[in-house]
Design a binder for this molecule. Structure first.
Ligand code: DAH
Length: 339
């Protein structure tokens, strides 16, 4: 009987199967009602007492190894069929989801691109500034109400240090550090102590422009801005300049473009005027040139400053400024650009 058991052990070890049917017939052959194991247990009754222990152990060993063999074969087969059905190697891979540029960055890049075509360079300055570069050098007299035009965030312990309220501070830095001819734009973030609403925010973005050379005139300013408006909003875009006041330019003007949300008919965005103000501009005040060391008898220049949020609003019809800062991907995903 031991010999028979050894033979079955050997067969079990050698057995291999590739289908579930093969495994099943193996199981029936050995473990079925009329299988070898049951036959052996019947035979076992006749084994002499002194051999029972040894044969019994061998018999159990055989039973266990058959069961283990069946389990192992089944597992193996399951693994294979699973991997075949779950992964279709011919399917394309999951594509990586790319984000999109923020609308403010898209429009900023577009503004830079337009002015680069006119020969303007890009310059930058610090967001944490001093009084000189934000106010004094720009002809804001001390204690003059002009300083109240812009609600400023000051550092409590040192009121000379503040968050810049406009990017005009960069034109001062450029004039201090270079000689005419100067043709530069300065994009950047600015800060004002304002209550946040659909139309105002305490953080926003501006682009400052500065052009200084001999014989620069208001006509140059107007033509530059008209070119910009047409490139930005389309060939048919109309602009208008209204007289205004800024301490650092004389004469000063504000520029409007026809409201493209209502097509000039009047809507709540343009306050029913058909026009939207997009920038301030003017001829650089001789005092400003002189404070930065530029000879105002030899040179003249123009400057302008525009809000990027406002231009984005006009271009894309976004009416609420707060959307730009909420980082809601449902909003951000709508802006795609090559720039
Ligand atoms: N700095 C002004 C502002 O923040 C905008 C501005 C107006 C800039 C006229 C200029 C300018 O350079 O000439 O409202």
């Amino acid at each position: 009987m031991i010999e028979k058991i050894n033979k079955y052990l050997e067969e079990t070890k050698e057995f291999a199967a590739t289908t579930i049917d093969e495994i099943e017939s193996f199981r029936i052959k050995y473990m079925g009602k009329k299988g070898f194991i049951n036959d052996l247990f019947s035979e076992f009754k006749n084994v002499p007492r002194e051999n029972k222990k040894l044969v019994g152990q061998k018999l159990n060993e055989l039973k266990i190894s058959i069961q283990e063999k069946i389990n192992a074969l089944k597992e193996n087969l399951e693994d294979k069929t699973e991997s075949r059905s779950e992964i279709d190697l011919s399917l394309p891979g999951d594509s990586l989801k790319l984000g999109s540029r923020h609308p403010i960055s898209i429009v900023r890049n577009e503004i830079i691109d337009i002015f680069k075509r006119l020969g303007f360079t890009v310059s930058e300055g610090p967001e944490i500034e001093d009084d000189w570069h934000v106010f004094s050098a720009l002809n804001f007299p001390e204690e003059h109400p002009a300083r109240d035009m812009q609600d400023t965030f000051f550092i409590e312990t040192n009121p000379d240090i503040l968050l810049r309220t406009h990017t005009s501070s960069v034109q001062v830095r450029v004039m201090e550090n270079s000689n005419p001819p100067i043709r530069t734009i300065s994009p950047g973030r600015v800060f004002r102590n304002e209550a946040i609403s659909a139309r105002a925010h305490c953080i926003f973005h501006q682009v400052e422009g500065l052009y200084i050379d001999e014989n620069v005139s208001f006509a140059d300013l107007k033509q530059t801005l008209l070119y910009f408006a047409k490139e930005m909003f389309g060939e048919k875009t109309e602009i208008r300049l209204r007289p205004s006041y800024f301490p650092f330019t004389e004469p000063s003007a504000e520029m409007d473009v026809a409201c493209n949300i209502c097509g000039g008919k009047g809507c709540n965005v343009c306050k029913y005027t058909g026009w939207l103000e997009i920038l301030g501009c003017g001829m650089v005040d001789p005092n400003v040139l002189e404070s930065s060391g530029i000879d105002s008898n030899k040179y003249t220049g123009f400057a302008f400053g525009m809000g990027i949020e406002r231009i984005t609003m006009l271009k894309y019809g976004v009416k609420d400024l707060r959307l730009y800062f909420e980082n809601d991907v449902r909003f951000l995903n709508q802006f795609k650009s090559a720039l």
